[in-house]
Design a protein around this ligand. Structure first.
Ligand code: FES
Ligand SMILES: [Fe+2]
Length: 455
């Protein structure tokens, strides 16, 4: 077991540089975090019909997600129970069975072992096929069409795991027909630790005006105008950072929903038409979320930008490498033209060769590689921006940071990372559910949010 005390100091908001490099830390993350968290698998819109399947990963475990004949969704480890070969090599498709390419064992859509070549002749009918199904992922569930899987039966149900983050996501995931992901995911290898992009997406408003300044000057749109000039409007009025139980969080910039869209007319019109629906369901603050631009992560390794319409999963491949999968995020009732426009923008900005993706990728790889040095690893990293200037909001759940540029969401992510890395069981984690905000802010601490963010 790694000594978590040596890796992180919650009060000072610093983390050891080892967390981006050490194999031992990574191995414990696989066991304590990835084996116990709900992990994003796919969206229901990617597998609408019985027999549709999609292959992905949970941590480093290869997974088949399949729509069953009764419409339910199951997930299995994509490894043959004979000699371990990968059973399904396709990225997605429709099938009645999965047949292993090595010796031809055939598994049904439900993972059961249905056929074994020469079963009578070479196994003399003694093979216990019932015990040789593909290993099923213990829990599979979806929220607003986003399908997640979890290996641990003790993990709370998905709705509880997403908790208050689900309320925020509802502003766009439950509006305009609901959210969907379109296209096959674009896939890229980045030589970085999986936490670097997760923390960047969860809360790094700070880098936008520096890392992306050149690209934003070219791209334009309201984000280009706000950040491309290097001169920022008054920050306290621009947005907020919000983090909820279980390490999820996001930064939001008010009123720039159409973000980097070069021809935003269709998008703005769609938002205006659907805004009353959000306000009716979730009030004025729900509407404010809906017309804002989000950078967000769902603990541990799923991120998205609402407004720039990008949805990502960072599949870990050892401590120093990830595979990035990127979809375009749209709402079902958008016109086909608007969906196409959005997909084009998403590819040009955060696709494999996207302008903003390239800016970020270089930093993410360097943040990882630099910490290879034996002496470098003894150092620490700082996430204290806005520490103490965050609090409870009269209407918004979670911990709210006073400023869009801050590291409140970083702290929320690493506080939960710390809990999971230490916890022997879910009982250890659940006992903090009622007190996590008090433990962070101090009991009864008043919010120091600017008046513009008060309800
Ligand atoms: S390894 Fe799959 S059939 Fe032998
Ligand atoms: Fe970025």
């Amino acid at each position: 077991m790694v000594n978590v005390d040596s890796l992180i100091d919650l009060d000072k908001a610093v983390q050891s540089k080892k967390i981006f490099w050490d194999q031992e830390v990574y191995d414990q993350e696989m066991e304590n975090i990835f084996a116990r968290s709900w992990l994003f698998l796919t969206h229901e819109s990617q597998i609408p019909e019985p027999g549709d399947f999609f292959t992905t990963f949970m941590g480093e475990d290869p997974i088949i997600v399949a729509r069953q004949q009764d419409g339910s969704i199951k997930a299995f480890i994509n490894s043959c129970t004979h000699r371990g070969n990968q059973v399904c090599h396709a990225d997605s498709g429709n099938t009645r069975s999965f047949v292993c390419s090595y010796h031809g064992w055939a598994f049904g859509l439900d993972g059961s072992l249905a056929g074994v070549p020469l079963e009578a002749e070479v196994y003399y009918n003694q093979l216990d096929k019932d015990s040789m199904s593909l290993r099923e992922v213990a829990q599979v569930d979806s929220y607003r069409g986003f399908v997640f899987g979890c290996f641990d039966t003790e993990t709370p149900p998905l709705a509880e795991w997403l908790g208050e983050m689900a309320w925020y996501m509802d502003s766009w995931a439950n509006t305009g027909g609901g959210a969907e992901l379109i296209g096959t995911p674009m896939k890229t290898i980045l030589k970085c630790n999986w936490k670097v992009p997760t923390e960047n997406f969860i809360g790094d408003g700070y880098h936008i005006t520096w890392t992306h300044i050149a690209a934003l000057q070219i791209i334009g749109g309201p984000l280009g105008e706000a950040f491309g000039s290097g001169e920022l409007p008054p920050l306290e009025d621009m947005g907020a950072q919000i983090t909820t139980r279980h390490g999820h969080g996001f930064g939001v910039i008010w009123d720039v929903g159409h973000a980097i869209h070069r021809n935003p007319q269709n998008y703005v019109e769609f938002q205006q038409q659907t805004l009353p629906e959000v306000i009716e369901k979730q009030g004025e603050w729900g509407g404010k979320m809906y017309t804002g631009h989000w950078n967000a992560s769902l603990f541990p390794n799923c991120s998205f930008l609402y407004g720039t319409n990008t949805f990502k999963i960072w599949h870990p491949k050892g401590p120093h490498e990830i595979e990035v999968w990127t979809w375009s995020l749209v709402q079902k009732n958008m016109s086909p033209e608007l969906k196409r426009e959005i997909q084009k923008e998403a590819i040009m900005s955060f696709g494999t060769a996207g302008t903003l993706e390239s800016d970020d990728g270089e930093n993410m790889e360097t943040c990882t590689r630099t910490n290879r040095g034996f002496q470098t690893r003894k150092g620490s990293m700082n996430a204290s921006m806005g520490l103490g200037v965050e609090g409870r909001h009269p209407e918004l759940p979670g911990v709210v940071g006073s400023n869009f540029i801050g590291e409140t969401s970083y702290r929320g992510f690493y506080r939960f990372w710390d809990e999971m890395m230490r916890a022997a069981s879910w009982d250890d984690i659940k006992k903090n559910d009622a007190t996590w905000v008090d433990r962070w802010l101090g009991e009864g601490a008043v919010s120091k949010l600017p008046s513009s963010q008060a309800a």
